[in-house]
Design a protein. Structure first.
Lengths: 301, 236
């Protein structure tokens, strides 16, 4: 079944076909977003995340492959009325915030009465309701970012595409942004979120994709990706911690990790020493550990 | 059509200072040609004023339209606009509409300033309003052609090529040839440069109609080229 956003083997090269400095930004990229999910899009700088987003919005054309946004080919203007987009380093016209929001909303064909209502609502949602009459040129970077998010939400979109939405935000504003995104998701919106803030992605995303040098390295549910099938954590009691490498003791329980291959030996050893196994679980890495591991693999490839 | 009008108004708003300076220029040059109200105005001075203003506005329109895409891409403001339900063709149409609205306002101001001047020179003023029509048509074709070239050239080169295209047939004495009407802008330029307050001078309506059709053609070609551009790639 087609997703809300689909990339089918999309490749994007920068530079003319006869140029020696041709750069492949995206390589046979395939991805499908399900309706109603928060999807995290990760990758080091220059991985091709923004290129993938710009292709979906029709800002550029794929060198090969194709994709669909809400069931229509990339670049279909009418379809964009059903999405919201916040670019990285948002650039806004210098106008009062509420007028600016109405301008962007009207470009999506919204009527004046609904625009007035929605501009007040979204200004409240991004906590700038008291700043509606101020020119955005006088706003701080963080406030401009929030206005950027407000314009993305003005048309009550089915899909929000956000490129580094938390950049330039202070920690408190990040928490608000996170809550706002979760609220939007609860209201049925699909969110495609590109971010460098791994903790944020880990906290709110249902699935993530990791892109390195234009190649999709991994895609899946956060829980599935972070659980390592290579190492297991064993919790036992009745044994001495010194009997096992990399072990720690807490409340009389000894916890240690072993490789998948030596898991059976470790368990037999506990029993041989007269101990009792309390639990055996795959080791759960942090998203940061997983990301660094994949980024290094990708860089070496 | 409303989004197109909104982008056009926004385009004018973004360029309000150069446009206002241009408007101040009409008034100042009219005052200068009118000798600041002291002496009687000579007919030749009024003719020079009229021709000069007509040429200025066409060149200014070409500059304004040629710079629009480059400026919006450099500032990255184009990304938010084109992330809405706006096609690239509509976006280009909005720029032409904005430039044309500026040209119409300019033509009206030019007419009013000209009426004051002709009254001081005891000349008939009806020809001025015919000239105002030529000004709008000339600005339209200049802006559209410049915008077409700006989809693949930098704004200075686009303006230069546009002006070259307008003037080259003159250098080739193309005006003696019936095909001259098909060179964009050239028949209007010839009509402007032959301006006089005598009854023999009149607007060359076929050239105005040709300019409108040529503008539509250049807009369509610009939309085709711009549709294939990677607008997110930074321009240097």
């Amino acid at each position: 079944m087609a997703g809300i956003l689909d990339y089918n083997n999309v490749t994007k090269d920068y530079g003319s076909p006869w140029s020696k400095r041709r750069l492949r930004a995206l390589d046979s990229f395939a991805l499908s977003l399900d309706r109603g999910e928060i999807f995290g899009f990760l990758g080091p700088n220059g991985a091709g995340k923004t290129t993938a987003i710009h292709l979906a919005l029709g800002f550029m054309r794929p060198s090969s492959g194709q994709g669909q946004l809400l069931g229509k080919p990339f670049g279909d203007a009418a379809t964009r009325a059903r999405i919201g987009f916040l670019p990285e380093n948002v650039a806004l016209y210098h106008r009062p915030a509420n007028k600016l929001l109405r301008f962007y909303g009207a470009l999506n064909g919204m009527r004046p009465a609904r625009l007035r209502l929605r501009s007040n609502e979204v200004l409240r949602e991004v906590e700038l309701e008291t700043e509606g009459n101020r020119n955005v040129a006088k706003f701080s970077r963080g406030m401009q970012q929030r206005i950027g998010l407000a314009q993305a939400m003005i048309n009550d979109p089915e899909l929000l595409i956000l490129d580094e939405p938390s950049s330039a935000l202070d920690p408190l504003a990040r928490v608000s942004m996170r809550e706002l995104l979760l609220e939007a998701n609860r209201a049925g919106k699909t969110i495609f979120l590109s971010s460098h803030l791994l903790s944020e992605i880990e906290m709110i995303c249902h699935r993530v994709a990791i892109l390195v040098k234009g190649r999709l390295m991994r895609v899946g549910k956060v829980e599935d990706l972070l659980i390592s099938r290579d190492r297991y954590e064993i919790v036992a009691r009745g044994v001495r911690a010194s009997s096992f490498e990399e072990s720690r003791v807490r409340d009389g329980l000894v916890t240690f990790t072993v490789g998948a291959a030596s898991q059976r030996d470790a368990l037999e050893r506990v029993w041989a020493l007269g101990g009792e196994i309390l639990s055996v679980n795959p080791v759960r890495r942090t998203l940061e550990e997983f990301f660094v591991e994949l980024a290094n693999k990708g860089a070496d490839a | 059509m409303k989004p197109v009008a909104l982008i056009a108004i926004n385009f004018l708003r973004e360029h309000r200072w150069p446009v206002l300076i241009l408007f101040a220029w009409i008034v100042l040059t009219a005052l200068a040609a009118g000798g600041f109200g002291r002496d009687r105005v000579v007919s030749d001075d009024v003719v020079f004023y009229v021709e000069q203003q007509a040429i200025y506005i066409c060149v200014f329109s070409a500059f304004l339209a040629a710079d629009a895409l480059d400026n919006e891409r450099k500032s990255r403001r184009i990304l938010l606009v084109l992330s809405k339900a706006i096609s690239r063709g509509e976006y280009l149409l909005a720029i032409i509409l904005g430039t044309s609205a500026m040209a119409i306002a300019y033509a009206i101001l030019f007419g009013l300033a000209g009426v004051w001047l002709t009254a001081r020179a005891a000349l008939p003023s009806s020809a001025l309003w015919s000239m105002a029509v030529l000004i709008v048509a000339g600005s339209l074709i200049a802006a559209t052609v410049a915008m077409f070239f700006s989809t693949f050239l930098n704004p200075y080169a686009a303006t230069a090529v546009t002006l070259l295209l307008f003037c080259a047939p003159g250098a080739l004495h193309a005006q003696r040839h019936a095909a001259a009407i098909w060179f964009p802008g050239f028949p209007i330029l010839v009509n402007v440069l032959r301006f006089s307050f005598r009854q023999q001078w009149a607007v060359n309506w076929p050239s105005v109609i040709a300019a409108v059709f040529q503008s539509m053609l250049f807009w369509a070609m610009a939309a085709v080229v711009f549709n294939r551009k990677d607008i997110a790639v930074p321009v240097e």
